[in-house]
Design a binder for this molecule. Structure first.
Ligand SMILES: O=C(O)CCC(=O)C(=O)O
Ligand SMILES: [Fe+2]
Length: 369
Protein backbone atom coordinates (compact mmCIF):
# COMPACT_ATOMS: atom_id res chain seq x y z
CA UNK A 1 0.00 0.00 0.00
CA UNK A 2 1.30 3.45 -0.81
CA UNK A 3 1.62 5.86 2.07
CA UNK A 4 0.72 9.48 1.36
CA UNK A 5 3.61 11.86 2.04
CA UNK A 6 3.76 15.61 2.53
CA UNK A 7 6.03 17.97 0.58
CA UNK A 8 9.09 16.89 2.64
CA UNK A 9 8.50 13.29 1.63
CA UNK A 10 7.76 12.28 5.24
CA UNK A 11 4.65 10.24 5.98
CA UNK A 12 2.31 12.47 8.00
CA UNK A 13 1.46 11.02 11.37
CA UNK A 14 -1.95 9.51 11.60
CA UNK A 15 -1.90 10.55 15.25
CA UNK A 16 -2.79 14.19 15.84
CA UNK A 17 -1.54 14.39 19.40
CA UNK A 18 -2.37 18.06 19.92
CA UNK A 19 -5.93 17.48 18.83
CA UNK A 20 -6.29 14.50 21.19
CA UNK A 21 -4.88 16.55 24.08
CA UNK A 22 -7.28 19.36 23.30
CA UNK A 23 -10.27 17.02 22.96
CA UNK A 24 -9.43 15.45 26.32
CA UNK A 25 -8.82 18.84 27.97
CA UNK A 26 -12.14 20.17 26.72
CA UNK A 27 -14.08 17.41 28.48
CA UNK A 28 -12.98 19.15 31.73
CA UNK A 29 -13.60 15.86 33.48
CA UNK A 30 -10.07 14.52 33.81
CA UNK A 31 -9.11 10.87 33.93
CA UNK A 32 -12.04 10.13 36.22
CA UNK A 33 -14.25 11.07 33.29
CA UNK A 34 -12.42 8.53 31.10
CA UNK A 35 -12.50 5.83 33.72
CA UNK A 36 -16.23 6.40 34.40
CA UNK A 37 -16.91 5.92 30.69
CA UNK A 38 -15.66 2.33 31.14
CA UNK A 39 -13.16 2.45 28.30
CA UNK A 40 -11.16 -0.80 27.99
CA UNK A 41 -7.93 0.85 26.70
CA UNK A 42 -6.21 4.08 27.65
CA UNK A 43 -5.98 6.84 25.01
CA UNK A 44 -2.60 7.18 23.26
CA UNK A 45 -1.76 10.46 24.97
CA UNK A 46 -1.21 8.44 28.19
CA UNK A 47 0.91 5.65 26.74
CA UNK A 48 4.62 5.86 27.57
CA UNK A 49 7.53 3.53 26.73
CA UNK A 50 7.68 0.38 28.86
CA UNK A 51 11.28 1.09 29.91
CA UNK A 52 10.15 4.29 31.63
CA UNK A 53 7.65 2.39 33.74
CA UNK A 54 9.67 -0.72 34.55
CA UNK A 55 10.91 -1.19 38.10
CA UNK A 56 14.29 -2.73 37.48
CA UNK A 57 15.16 -4.52 40.71
CA UNK A 58 17.91 -6.49 39.02
CA UNK A 59 20.76 -3.96 39.21
CA UNK A 60 23.59 -5.54 41.15
CA UNK A 61 25.47 -3.55 43.76
CA UNK A 62 22.61 -1.18 44.48
CA UNK A 63 21.63 -1.25 48.16
CA UNK A 64 18.01 -1.89 49.02
CA UNK A 65 16.70 0.62 51.49
CA UNK A 66 13.66 0.94 53.69
CA UNK A 67 12.19 4.43 53.83
CA UNK A 68 12.86 5.45 57.47
CA UNK A 69 9.92 5.71 59.89
CA UNK A 70 10.50 8.27 62.63
CA UNK A 71 8.37 8.17 65.78
CA UNK A 72 7.82 11.73 66.98
CA UNK A 73 6.65 10.39 70.34
CA UNK A 74 10.35 10.06 71.18
CA UNK A 75 10.86 13.81 70.88
CA UNK A 76 9.91 14.37 74.50
CA UNK A 77 12.48 11.91 75.84
CA UNK A 78 15.22 11.95 73.19
CA UNK A 79 15.20 15.06 71.00
CA UNK A 80 18.86 14.71 69.89
CA UNK A 81 18.19 11.10 68.84
CA UNK A 82 15.19 12.19 66.76
CA UNK A 83 17.18 15.05 65.18
CA UNK A 84 19.87 12.52 64.25
CA UNK A 85 17.26 10.28 62.57
CA UNK A 86 15.88 13.26 60.62
CA UNK A 87 19.39 14.25 59.51
CA UNK A 88 20.21 10.73 58.37
CA UNK A 89 16.93 10.39 56.43
CA UNK A 90 17.02 13.86 54.83
CA UNK A 91 20.67 13.44 53.83
CA UNK A 92 20.54 9.88 52.59
CA UNK A 93 17.12 9.27 51.02
CA UNK A 94 15.40 12.67 51.17
CA UNK A 95 12.22 10.84 52.25
CA UNK A 96 10.92 9.58 55.60
CA UNK A 97 7.61 8.85 57.30
CA UNK A 98 6.52 10.24 60.66
CA UNK A 99 4.14 8.61 63.13
CA UNK A 100 2.70 10.10 66.33
CA UNK A 101 2.78 13.49 64.63
CA UNK A 102 -0.22 14.79 66.59
CA UNK A 103 -2.81 15.06 63.80
CA UNK A 104 -5.90 13.18 65.08
CA UNK A 105 -7.09 10.19 63.07
CA UNK A 106 -10.50 11.84 62.59
CA UNK A 107 -8.84 14.80 60.81
CA UNK A 108 -6.88 12.45 58.53
CA UNK A 109 -10.08 10.59 57.68
CA UNK A 110 -11.81 13.92 57.09
CA UNK A 111 -9.03 14.87 54.65
CA UNK A 112 -9.57 11.67 52.63
CA UNK A 113 -13.35 12.19 52.68
CA UNK A 114 -12.82 15.72 51.34
CA UNK A 115 -10.70 14.36 48.48
CA UNK A 116 -13.25 11.72 47.59
CA UNK A 117 -16.22 14.09 47.96
CA UNK A 118 -14.76 16.71 45.63
CA UNK A 119 -13.54 14.31 42.93
CA UNK A 120 -16.83 12.41 42.98
CA UNK A 121 -18.97 15.52 42.45
CA UNK A 122 -20.91 15.61 39.16
CA UNK A 123 -18.60 16.52 36.30
CA UNK A 124 -20.49 19.75 35.51
CA UNK A 125 -19.80 20.97 39.06
CA UNK A 126 -16.11 20.10 38.89
CA UNK A 127 -15.88 21.72 35.45
CA UNK A 128 -16.46 25.11 37.08
CA UNK A 129 -13.13 24.70 38.87
CA UNK A 130 -11.29 23.33 35.84
CA UNK A 131 -8.33 25.11 34.32
CA UNK A 132 -4.57 25.39 34.25
CA UNK A 133 -3.97 29.11 33.79
CA UNK A 134 -2.57 29.35 37.33
CA UNK A 135 -4.77 32.34 38.11
CA UNK A 136 -7.24 30.76 40.52
CA UNK A 137 -6.34 29.75 44.05
CA UNK A 138 -8.59 26.71 43.91
CA UNK A 139 -8.48 24.76 40.73
CA UNK A 140 -9.15 21.30 39.40
CA UNK A 141 -7.05 19.90 36.61
CA UNK A 142 -5.59 16.80 35.09
CA UNK A 143 -1.88 17.14 34.27
CA UNK A 144 -0.91 20.74 35.01
CA UNK A 145 1.73 20.29 32.30
CA UNK A 146 -0.58 18.49 29.79
CA UNK A 147 0.64 20.41 26.72
CA UNK A 148 4.31 20.39 27.76
CA UNK A 149 5.15 16.81 28.69
CA UNK A 150 5.56 14.02 26.21
CA UNK A 151 3.12 11.68 28.00
CA UNK A 152 0.07 12.46 30.09
CA UNK A 153 -0.42 10.74 33.46
CA UNK A 154 -3.40 9.00 35.05
CA UNK A 155 -4.24 11.46 37.84
CA UNK A 156 -6.65 14.30 38.63
CA UNK A 157 -5.82 17.01 41.17
CA UNK A 158 -7.70 19.61 43.16
CA UNK A 159 -5.17 22.35 43.93
CA UNK A 160 -5.80 24.77 46.85
CA UNK A 161 -3.40 27.61 47.59
CA UNK A 162 -3.99 28.06 51.33
CA UNK A 163 -1.35 30.62 52.42
CA UNK A 164 0.56 33.01 52.81
CA UNK A 165 -2.54 35.10 51.98
CA UNK A 166 -5.26 33.11 53.77
CA UNK A 167 -7.63 31.40 51.36
CA UNK A 168 -11.23 32.55 51.61
CA UNK A 169 -13.07 29.31 52.55
CA UNK A 170 -15.92 30.33 50.21
CA UNK A 171 -13.62 29.48 47.30
CA UNK A 172 -13.83 25.80 48.30
CA UNK A 173 -16.85 23.69 47.41
CA UNK A 174 -19.08 23.06 50.40
CA UNK A 175 -18.51 19.27 50.29
CA UNK A 176 -14.85 19.67 51.21
CA UNK A 177 -14.61 23.17 52.72
CA UNK A 178 -14.43 22.51 56.46
CA UNK A 179 -12.21 19.44 56.16
CA UNK A 180 -9.72 21.25 53.92
CA UNK A 181 -9.53 24.26 56.24
CA UNK A 182 -9.01 22.01 59.26
CA UNK A 183 -6.37 19.78 57.62
CA UNK A 184 -4.51 22.86 56.44
CA UNK A 185 -4.24 24.14 60.00
CA UNK A 186 -3.10 20.79 61.39
CA UNK A 187 -0.56 20.03 58.70
CA UNK A 188 0.97 23.48 59.07
CA UNK A 189 1.60 22.78 62.76
CA UNK A 190 3.35 19.52 61.85
CA UNK A 191 5.32 21.43 59.22
CA UNK A 192 6.61 23.92 61.78
CA UNK A 193 7.63 21.10 64.15
CA UNK A 194 9.49 19.38 61.28
CA UNK A 195 11.24 22.60 60.25
CA UNK A 196 12.55 22.91 63.80
CA UNK A 197 13.97 19.41 63.59
CA UNK A 198 15.40 20.04 60.10
CA UNK A 199 17.04 23.28 61.33
CA UNK A 200 18.62 21.45 64.25
CA UNK A 201 19.72 18.67 61.90
CA UNK A 202 21.71 21.32 60.00
CA UNK A 203 23.26 22.55 63.26
CA UNK A 204 21.17 25.75 63.17
CA UNK A 205 18.87 27.29 65.79
CA UNK A 206 15.48 25.52 65.88
CA UNK A 207 13.61 28.55 64.50
CA UNK A 208 16.07 29.17 61.65
CA UNK A 209 14.05 27.72 58.75
CA UNK A 210 10.74 29.07 60.07
CA UNK A 211 12.38 32.51 60.17
CA UNK A 212 13.39 31.99 56.54
CA UNK A 213 9.63 31.79 55.80
CA UNK A 214 9.74 28.08 54.96
CA UNK A 215 6.32 27.53 56.62
CA UNK A 216 4.79 30.84 55.64
CA UNK A 217 3.00 29.50 52.58
CA UNK A 218 1.50 26.17 51.64
CA UNK A 219 -0.68 24.58 48.99
CA UNK A 220 -2.74 21.42 49.33
CA UNK A 221 -3.00 19.08 46.35
CA UNK A 222 -5.84 16.58 46.61
CA UNK A 223 -4.84 13.84 44.16
CA UNK A 224 -7.24 11.22 42.80
CA UNK A 225 -5.87 8.27 40.83
CA UNK A 226 -8.75 6.28 39.28
CA UNK A 227 -8.28 2.57 38.61
CA UNK A 228 -6.55 2.28 35.24
CA UNK A 229 -7.56 -0.32 32.61
CA UNK A 230 -3.94 -0.64 31.37
CA UNK A 231 -1.75 0.24 34.36
CA UNK A 232 1.42 -1.15 32.77
CA UNK A 233 1.27 1.42 29.96
CA UNK A 234 1.18 4.63 31.97
CA UNK A 235 2.09 6.31 35.27
CA UNK A 236 -0.03 8.03 37.92
CA UNK A 237 2.59 10.72 38.50
CA UNK A 238 5.70 11.06 36.35
CA UNK A 239 9.14 11.15 37.92
CA UNK A 240 9.88 14.55 39.49
CA UNK A 241 11.30 16.28 42.52
CA UNK A 242 9.16 18.81 44.39
CA UNK A 243 9.65 22.55 43.67
CA UNK A 244 9.17 23.57 47.32
CA UNK A 245 10.98 23.68 50.65
CA UNK A 246 9.48 20.33 51.67
CA UNK A 247 6.31 18.28 51.30
CA UNK A 248 4.10 16.41 53.75
CA UNK A 249 2.04 13.71 52.06
CA UNK A 250 -0.89 11.70 53.33
CA UNK A 251 -1.49 8.56 51.26
CA UNK A 252 -4.20 5.93 51.55
CA UNK A 253 -3.54 2.18 51.68
CA UNK A 254 -3.35 1.46 47.93
CA UNK A 255 0.35 2.23 47.42
CA UNK A 256 2.30 3.01 44.26
CA UNK A 257 4.55 5.87 45.45
CA UNK A 258 8.20 5.15 44.64
CA UNK A 259 11.48 6.95 45.30
CA UNK A 260 14.54 6.77 43.05
CA UNK A 261 17.46 5.67 45.18
CA UNK A 262 20.81 4.39 43.90
CA UNK A 263 19.50 3.68 40.40
CA UNK A 264 16.44 1.79 41.60
CA UNK A 265 12.79 2.54 42.28
CA UNK A 266 12.04 1.87 45.95
CA UNK A 267 8.43 1.57 47.22
CA UNK A 268 7.24 3.93 49.94
CA UNK A 269 5.12 1.47 51.95
CA UNK A 270 1.72 2.55 53.16
CA UNK A 271 1.67 2.97 56.95
CA UNK A 272 -1.74 3.69 58.48
CA UNK A 273 -1.85 7.14 60.07
CA UNK A 274 1.69 8.08 58.97
CA UNK A 275 2.68 11.22 57.09
CA UNK A 276 5.34 10.96 54.39
CA UNK A 277 7.86 13.81 54.41
CA UNK A 278 10.20 14.69 51.57
CA UNK A 279 12.79 17.37 51.02
CA UNK A 280 12.07 19.72 48.10
CA UNK A 281 14.40 21.46 45.67
CA UNK A 282 14.58 24.71 47.64
CA UNK A 283 15.78 23.01 50.84
CA UNK A 284 18.35 21.05 48.86
CA UNK A 285 19.64 24.37 47.51
CA UNK A 286 19.53 26.14 50.92
CA UNK A 287 21.26 23.22 52.65
CA UNK A 288 23.93 23.23 49.93
CA UNK A 289 23.18 19.58 49.07
CA UNK A 290 23.28 18.31 52.69
CA UNK A 291 19.59 17.44 52.26
CA UNK A 292 18.47 15.67 49.07
CA UNK A 293 15.43 16.45 46.97
CA UNK A 294 14.92 13.13 45.22
CA UNK A 295 12.95 12.00 42.20
CA UNK A 296 9.76 10.16 42.96
CA UNK A 297 6.76 8.94 40.99
CA UNK A 298 3.47 7.07 41.37
CA UNK A 299 2.62 3.88 39.48
CA UNK A 300 -0.87 3.53 38.11
CA UNK A 301 -2.91 0.57 39.29
CA UNK A 302 -5.86 -1.50 38.16
CA UNK A 303 -7.49 -0.83 41.54
CA UNK A 304 -8.63 2.47 42.88
CA UNK A 305 -9.23 5.26 43.24
CA UNK A 306 -6.00 5.93 45.14
CA UNK A 307 -6.21 9.09 47.22
CA UNK A 308 -3.27 11.18 48.39
CA UNK A 309 -2.94 14.71 49.72
CA UNK A 310 0.31 16.57 49.24
CA UNK A 311 1.04 19.68 51.27
CA UNK A 312 3.69 21.74 49.49
CA UNK A 313 5.42 24.16 51.84
CA UNK A 314 6.27 26.93 49.41
CA UNK A 315 5.76 30.61 48.71
CA UNK A 316 5.50 29.91 44.97
CA UNK A 317 6.19 33.45 43.72
CA UNK A 318 4.94 35.43 46.69
CA UNK A 319 6.98 37.59 46.29
CA UNK A 320 8.65 36.83 42.96
CA UNK A 321 11.75 38.79 43.94
CA UNK A 322 12.44 36.88 47.18
CA UNK A 323 15.95 35.47 47.11
CA UNK A 324 17.08 32.06 48.34
CA UNK A 325 20.58 30.64 48.25
CA UNK A 326 22.85 28.31 50.21
CA UNK A 327 22.66 29.19 53.95
CA UNK A 328 25.77 31.19 54.85
CA UNK A 329 26.29 29.38 58.18
CA UNK A 330 26.74 26.11 56.27
CA UNK A 331 29.50 27.38 53.99
CA UNK A 332 33.24 27.30 54.54
CA UNK A 333 36.38 27.08 52.48
CA UNK A 334 35.96 23.31 52.43
CA UNK A 335 32.26 23.57 51.68
CA UNK A 336 31.85 26.31 49.09
CA UNK A 337 28.41 27.28 47.75
CA UNK A 338 27.22 24.78 45.14
CA UNK A 339 24.43 27.04 43.86
CA UNK A 340 24.02 30.69 43.06
CA UNK A 341 21.29 32.69 44.73
CA UNK A 342 17.97 32.56 42.90
CA UNK A 343 14.70 34.43 43.03
CA UNK A 344 11.49 32.50 43.53
CA UNK A 345 10.29 33.98 40.26
CA UNK A 346 13.11 32.53 38.17
CA UNK A 347 12.94 29.17 39.93
CA UNK A 348 9.19 28.73 39.44
CA UNK A 349 9.30 29.97 35.85
CA UNK A 350 11.97 27.39 35.09
CA UNK A 351 10.08 24.59 36.91
CA UNK A 352 6.82 25.20 35.06
CA UNK A 353 8.46 25.67 31.69
CA UNK A 354 10.20 22.31 31.83
CA UNK A 355 7.25 20.27 33.25
CA UNK A 356 7.73 16.89 34.94
CA UNK A 357 10.44 15.55 32.66
CA UNK A 358 12.54 13.67 35.23
CA UNK A 359 15.38 16.21 35.27
CA UNK A 360 16.41 18.26 38.32
CA UNK A 361 14.98 21.77 38.39
CA UNK A 362 18.14 22.87 40.24
CA UNK A 363 20.53 22.06 37.38
CA UNK A 364 20.62 25.55 35.79
CA UNK A 365 21.38 27.18 39.15
CA UNK A 366 24.34 24.96 40.05
CA UNK A 367 27.69 26.75 40.02
CA UNK A 368 30.45 25.27 37.89
CA UNK A 369 32.77 23.18 40.10
O1 LIG B 1 0.44 10.93 45.19
C1 LIG B 1 1.54 10.75 45.69
O2 LIG B 1 1.80 9.80 46.44
C2 LIG B 1 2.68 11.70 45.38
C3 LIG B 1 2.28 12.99 44.74
C4 LIG B 1 3.45 13.88 44.50
O3 LIG B 1 4.57 13.43 44.37
C5 LIG B 1 3.28 15.35 44.43
O4 LIG B 1 2.16 15.86 44.59
O5 LIG B 1 4.30 16.04 44.25
FE1 LIG C 1 6.04 15.06 44.50
Amino acid sequence: MEVATDSTGVAPSTYNRNQELKDFDETKSGVKGLSDSGLPKIPRIFVRPAEEIACDHSKSGAARIQIPIIDLKNLATDRPGTVEQVLEAAREVGFFQVVNHGVPQSILEGAFDAARSFHELPKEVKAEYYGRDGKRRVNFSCNFDLYKTTYATWRDTLFCLMEPEPLDPEELHLVCRDAIMEYSKQVKAVGIALLELLSEALGLKPDYLVNMDCAKGHALLYHYYPACPEPDLTLGTASHSDPDFFTILLQDDIGGLQVYYQDQWVDVPTVAGALVVNIGDLLQLMSNDIFKSVEHRVLSKDVGPRLSIACFFTLYEDPKSKIYGPIKELLSEDRPALYREITLGEFMTHYYSKGLDGTSALAPFRLPS
